[in-house]
Design a protein around this ligand. Structure first.
Ligand code: PLP
Length: 393
């Protein structure tokens, strides 16, 4: 690791040189099967020809102008996202954190519009929303916040998947203007709430005129078997944020809003230099078209069921495995012990996996993996877990 870099990341001692689909090759020529997709970013895998073509074509024409001018490809992407999500309007930024910042600002402005001087947003324990000051405050993980105090005021925290706690806040806090929640908590450990959780939040928000704001940064873009995870249920959010897989690695994030929420941000109230530039928007438009053409939402749903079925049966006899859970191709295997070391061990076997919340192995493979690659991931991960936990018995 170069001394010229800030020591922010505890990066593993490997560098990748090229990729193709779900495969990566490091600088020594070793091959890896990628079961994490750059943390849910490369849904279409690596070096997808359509993405490469879109990137090259647009780079040769025009990379950036400014939001001082019309950007037709940004308008086209917004219209596509609106059509897919049932939302009304879109703001483009460059990352997930920026998309959430836009949502948080929108909620505050909405609150002031209702004469609430100190608007507050309900957020969840074990959530993750980003690393900017407001989004790390919204994040329910002390490790992310520690040392950055004073944190941003205006957030109230409740346990995830707990409607009673939310109702209690509704009874006692007149300053609440919005709820910000992940449909499935990713960094928090692939935590899947009750089936009716989002619909119940929708009803509570309607009752109290709160904005329902979904962070779909990890769950969006077909990952869970729908374009957006909320589409498994009935209710639509007022605000939704996306990023990660939208650009398949080209930085882009978006904050989508609907109904009254879509009218809140006005000229001068928000902005971004790079956000929504022609390059990122042309690539994102291509990513969506490719996902549509290949019906990757259905593919993620079908493959996700296979993962759950096979992992559950192969790990059934391992008493250290406390849970196998998932939605589409967002899969968590929880152990009764810390298992961060598995990431490095998996790498020596040519497989990239992730461990989050200390005890949960997280799989987020590219949505384009083949059946054979899925089988290889399942077999390798089960062997790794069985060997790792055998040392403990
Ligand atoms: N929200 C969720 C649910 C995430 O998983 C992440 C990143 O992991 C973020 C927000 C932050 O996104 P970014 O790192 O692009 O700022």
């Amino acid at each position: 690791m170069s001394d010229a870099l800030m020591t922010i990341y505890a990066s593993l001692p490997v560098a990748f040189e090229r990729g193709e689909g779900a495969l990566l090759w490091d600088t020594e020529g070793n091959q890896y099967l990628d079961a994490i997709s750059g943390i849910a970013v490369c849904g279409l895998g690596h070096a997808h020809p359509a993405v490469t073509k879109a990137l090259c074509e647009q780079a040769a024409k025009l990379i950036h102008t400014s939001n001082l001018y019309q950007i037709p490809v940004q308008q086209q992407l917004a219209e596509t996202l609106v059509m897919l999500s049932g939302m009304d309007r879109v703001f483009f930024g460059n990352s997930g954190a920026e998309a959430n910042e836009a949502a948080i600002k929108l909620a505050r402005l909405y609150g002031h519009g209702q004469d609430i001087d100190q608007p507050a947003i309900v957020v969840m324990e074990n959530s993750f929303h980003g690393r900017t000051l407001a989004t790390l405050t919204a994040t329910g993980n002390r490790k992310v916040q520690a040392g950055f105090e004073p944190l941003v005021p205006g957030f109230v925290r409740v346990p995830y998947n707990d409607m009673e706690a939310l109702q209690n806040v509704a009874r006692h806090n007149p300053n609440i203007v919005a709820v910000l929640v992940e449909p499935v908590q990713g960094e928090g450990g692939v935590n899947i709430p009750e089936d009716d959780y989002l619909d119940n939040i929708r009803a509570l928000c309607d009752e109290h005129h709160w904005l329902m704001m979904l962070d779909e940064i990890q769950t969006g873009m077909c990952r869970t078997g729908r374009w957006f995870c909320f589409q498994h249920g009935k209710g639509r959010p007022d605000v939704m944020t996306i990023a990660k897989a939208l650009g398949n690695g080209v930085p882009i994030g978006a904050c989508l809003a609907r109904g009254k929420a879509a009218e809140v941000l006005q000229p001068g109230s928000h902005g971004s230099t790079f956000g929504g530039n022609p390059l990122a928007c042309h690539v994102a438009t291509t990513v969506i078209k490719t996902m549509q053409d290949q019906d990757l939402a259905s593919r993620a749903e079908v493959l996700g069921k296979k993962f759950l079925r096979d992992l559950s049966s192969k790990l059934a006899d391992n008493s250290h495995v406390t849970s196998v859970r998932g939605k589409g191709l967002m899969i968590g295997i929880e152990l009764d012990m810390p298992c961060g070391d598995l990431v490095g061990i998996a790498m020596t076997r040519g497989m990239l996996i992730n461990v989050t919340a200390e005890t949960t192995i997280r799989l987020l493979p590219p949505l384009v993996i083949t059946d054979e690659e899925a089988d290889t991931i399942i077999d390798t991960v089960c062997s790794l877990i069985n060997e790792f936990t055998a040392d403990e018995q």
